[in-house]
Design a protein around this ligand. Structure first.
Ligand code: SF4
Ligand code: SF4
Length: 438
């Protein structure tokens, strides 16, 4: 694609890298076929190619984002299916990340939109506040239809996504070391995260048990907090970078202290961002090298487990698992085979979901900010999963787990919980009823 940036514009490293991305696009349109918003809406401007044109125009003209650009970029899930499909290697993720930052800096959103985004950016990253919000959501959940009638669809979506059980009591893992059961084969850091400890503390519990049982010491680094992914996807780049620097410092202390073989993440959306810290901080002389070092050590939990040559085992029950590939894992990190191979190795019958490349609609805060599209994607995903008549759905991202669980009666669990169960851990809570009936 031809571009017409001035030399002065190209002095900005963000514009310079965007220009390289734009030039790689040959506008073939292959990406449109796998883009969920194009599949649903059929509008070129809601396809990757259409968005690339809009962003190109916004950057070249060096003007504030228009309402049209904001509308179509906001509808993008950042699912990155387009990157998997693109034959020319267009790095859409870096382009849309920068577009969101430009929008945040140059476009004044309506007040309700600003308030909702501000609320999400504040509450979701603070486990204490998030826990309170979950309790309030649980009480107010029956009011969701009323909010819909009043046109408050985003508030209604938030209530519908609230799990029907009370949030887990707080467990402070920060700064803790979990030693191995036998000889130590390795040492890793595990991201505690911000949403995960409230919605699904069982995921990291299972990961720690499984790793310890296989000789891997686990540390949750002192000082670590939210990875910045949510802020990053909302275009709040200063906040995202400050959160990234905080975690880089925390992990660097461990790396230079007792050492780390890897930094493990059980939420694939966070993993994709941590693996990108090196790019995000490439122009920061104080952090560029440290960030690249941290990104190089970041691994999804299944990616790391696959390197340990774990022994084959039989599943505690003969269960059929529909493996839902989270977009951030399959498209963002290209971790495709490992979760399924591990589940098979641990004795489960694993089935691929038809149209597995399409997003379930979760996408960070997308299911709150774009509830209508997110609902349609969830319905489509659930229908595809139910065709398989599985006993359980496994996924590697808390966003997908919450989104799918709000649309089906089939239990949804994190992949690592099934692996831990098969290796001698407790039965995952969503499967308790199923195991009783067998
Ligand atoms: S597939 Fe790649 S090169 Fe083709 S239009 Fe999409 S982004 Fe551009
Ligand atoms: S990231 Fe997903 S929604 Fe956005 S343009 Fe690419 S395929 Fe479409």
């Amino acid at each position: 694609m031809q571009t017409s940036f001035t030399l002065t514009q190209l002095l900005d490293p963000q514009v310079a890298s965007s220009e390289k991305i734009l030039r790689a696009c040959v506008h073939c349109g292959f990406c449109t076929a796998t883009c969920p918003t194009y599949v649903l809406l059929g509008d070129e401007l809601d396809s990757p190619r259409g968005r690339i044109y809009l962003v190109k125009e916004m950057l070249e003209q060096d003007k504030p984002a228009t309402r049209e650009v904001v509308k179509h970029v906001d509808r993008c899930l950042s699912c990155l299916a387009c990157m998997t499909t693109c034959p020319s290697g267009v790095h859409y993720m870096h382009l849309v990340d920068y577009a969101r930052e430009r929008i945040e800096k140059t476009y004044k959103r309506p007040i309700a939109d600003r308030a909702m985004r501000g609320l999400l950016a504040r509450v979701l990253v603070d486990p204490g506040l998030f826990r309170l919000a979950m309790v309030a959501g649980l009480i107010a959940r029956p009011l969701a239809p009323v909010l819909d009638v009043l046109g408050l669809h985003r508030m209604a979506a938030m209530l519908r996504l609230t799990p029907r059980r009370k949030p887990a009591p707080p467990i402070d893992r920060i700064g803790k070391v979990y030693p191995t059961e036998g000889t130590r084969r390795g040492r890793v850091a595990l991201l505690a995260g911000c949403i995960n400890p409230v919605l699904a503390p069982s995921t990291n519990e299972a990961a720690i048990r499984l790793l310890n049982r296989h000789g891997i010491e686990v540390v949750v680094a002192a000082g670590e907090a939210c990875c910045g992914s949510l802020a990053h996807h909302m275009g709040r780049e200063d906040e995202a970078l400050s959160r990234a620097r905080n975690n880089i410092d925390a992990w660097t202390r461990e790396l230079e202290g007792d050492g780390l073989d890897a930094i493990l993440v059980t939420v694939s959306g966070c993993g994709t961002t941590i693996k990108d810290y090196g790019f995000m901080l490439r122009s920061d002389p104080a952090y560029a090298m440290k960030a690249a070092r941290i990104s190089a050590r970041a691994r999804d939990i299944t990616e790391y487990l696959a390197t340990l040559n774990l022994r084959e085992t039989t599943a505690p029950m003969p269960l059929t698992v529909a493996y839902h590939a989270a977009c951030s894992l399959q498209h963002g990190q290209k971790v495709v085979r490992e979760p399924k191979q591990l589940l098979s190795k641990f004795g489960f019958v694993v089935k691929d979901v038809p149209e597995g490349h399409l997003c379930c609609g979760s996408a960070g805060t997308y299911n709150i900010l774009q509830p209508a599209l997110a609902d349609r994607l969830r319905e489509r995903k659930v229908a595809n999963i139910e065709l398989l008549t599985p006993d359980v759905i496994a996924a590697g991202n808390i966003g997908c787990i919450t989104q799918l669980a709000s649309g089906t009666a089939i239990p949804v669990v994190h992949t690592v919980e099934l692996l831990d169960w098969a290796a001698g851990g407790p039965v995952p809570e969503p499967l308790a009823a199923l195991t009783r009936s067998h």
